[in-house]
Ligand binder design. Structure first.
Ligand code: SDX
Length: 430
């Protein structure tokens, strides 16, 4: 809390309210409006929470103007180069990088929680085979509260910790099982001798009839994408997890709600939408038409993978993914014409005044789909990939909120625009 304040004066009544400024360790201060209604009788109005901080958090810091992203103070560029997804997961949850002993224990515990309850296979088989994998993931994760009764007491720190481990460990297993159910393949069980991403790829692609020949480039690229997608402060899905968590709901319900929020094309569903958009554009010569359509308010069309609520500069993750895209496609010998479309679209858009004025740059979703495609991840699984990675952030924020004494149930107010008070009339008189 800083000792600085802002003074608000109500021009109608000349009443004033002195509101304290709240500062963190980095970033802009915020006005604590807690006493505003008491002083002046007004609420604040901020659709989409464009200018509203909902909580304090020590997990991730973003500077949208400078294109900075830190996980627990470490720049994303350094973590992308030097860390691994599971180590980043430990960092997000615990606040510090693990030493070798701590990481070994964490990896061992996650590895020994990767199996899913056999009854969950029947649950998945209740879906129609062509159900979207996000529907199967969302339903399956919510159902975990029916299987793991020993981690539902959220007042118990050990139960909270174990639930977080289970979610991180089982998300890939359930995601792979959902995919294999949709293509009629038998479930592949997690193999404990493999590291996190390699284990997931084996569960996704290994068939009983022959061993999987996996290019190490694939697991390394996936690990990098998971690092980049692991957390992003109070984005829509993480805010959803926190809102559901504020009611005291169990961790599986909270993360299932986060999966549901992530699915939207304005959020995590954008990576799937980008590939569909690039395929519809089809050729670099058509990008001008797409950009013109995106600028036309009546078209209802937006350039998927462009724009961001916070970044008004390049999304640092997009910069890393763009470089990785060239490296991975080259290493795998993939020549994807959609990459040329993406590069052409980016070049035209970034020179267009509409995008420049609105500070619309490629975001994390613009290039990621091209890498997933090169890794042979099916398009409808792209947002599932995002969910696997963001589980690290979701559980870190859920754990943080339950250690925060200021946490209270989230319950926004509204501006009422409906009918004013009126009396009921009998149907005979209507
Ligand atoms: C993610 O929050 C996070 O951190 C999210 C995320 C994470 O890691 O969790 O980073 C992941 O969700 C990335 C975003 C993925 N979504 C998309 O790529 C979908 C396309 N982009 C958007 O729809 C949009 O840019 C948002 C949703 C990302 C941000 O929307 P805002 O902040 O509410 O901005 P806005 O809708 O008010 O747009 C401001 C202006 C508008 O024009 P004007 O009314 O001022 O004339 O920019 C225009 C918009 O029409 N605009 C776009 C555009 N995005 C915004 N115009 C064309 N194409 C676009 N993509």
């Amino acid at each position: 809390m800083s000792d600085k304040t802002v003074l608000l004066t109500d021009s109608a009544s000349n009443r004033t309210s002195t509101l304290p400024l709240v500062s963190g360790s980095m970033g802009e201060p915020a006005v604590d409006i807690g006493r505003l209604h008491k002083d002046l009788g007004y609420f604040t109005f901020d659709p989409g929470f464009v200018s509203t901080a909902s909580t304090r958090s020590a997990i991730t810091f973003i500077d949208g103007d400078k294109g900075i992203l830190l996980y627990r103070g470490y720049p994303i560029e350094q973590l992308a180069k030097q860390s691994s997804f599971l180590e980043v997961t430990y960092l997000l949850i615990n606040g510090e990088l693990p030493n070798a002993k701590q990481f070994g224990a964490f990896e061992d515990e996650v590895t020994h929680h990767t199996m899913m309850h056999e009854s969950l296979k029947n649950f998945l088989h209740g879906f129609h085979y062509d159900a979207h994998p996000m529907a199967m993931l969302c339903g399956s994760i919510a159902s975990l509260s029916a299987f793991y009764h020993d981690t539902l007491d959220i007042s118990d720190p050990e139960q909270r910790r174990l639930a977080a481990i289970r979610l991180i460990a089982k998300m890939p297993t359930i995601a792979a099982a959902a995919y294999r159910y949709s293509i009629g393949w038998p479930v592949r069980y997690p193999r404990n001798n493999l590291e996190y991403c390699t284990r997931f790829l084996h569960m996704m692609f290994e068939v009983p009839s022959e061993p999987l020949a996996l290019n190490p480039v694939v697991a390394k690229a996936l690990d990098l994408l998971f690092i980049l997608h692991a957390d992003h402060e109070q984005n829509a899905s993480t805010s959803t997890v926190r809102l559901v968590g504020s009611t005291g709901a169990n961790p599986y319900a909270c993360v299932a709600a986060g999966i549901a929020a992530l699915w939207g094309p304005a959020h995590g569903g954008a990576n799937e939408a980008v590939l569909k958009m690039l395929a519809e554009i089809g050729d670099a010569k058509n990008v001008g038409v797409a950009v013109a359509k995106a600028k036309d308010k009546n078209s209802g069309f937006r350039l998927m993978g462009f724009g961001h609520r916070v970044y008004k500069n390049f999304d640092p993750r997009a910069t890393i993914i763009r470089e990785t895209c060239h490296q991975v496609l080259g290493a795998l010998g993939v020549n994807d014409p959609l990459l040329d479309v993406a590069l052409a679209l980016e070049e035209v858009a970034l020179k267009d005044p509409y995008f420049i004025e609105r500070k619309l740059y490629p975001n994390v979703d613009f290039y990621s789909g091209l890498i997933y495609k090169a890794l042979k991840i099916p398009t409808e699984m792209f947002t599932v990939m995002f969910a696997i990675a963001r589980t690290a952030g979701w559980v870190a924020h859920w754990l943080e909120q339950h250690q925060d004494k200021d946490t209270k149930i989230g319950r926004p107010r509204q501006i009422y625009t409906g009918a004013v008070t009126r009396n009921y009339t009998s149907i005979a008189k209507r």
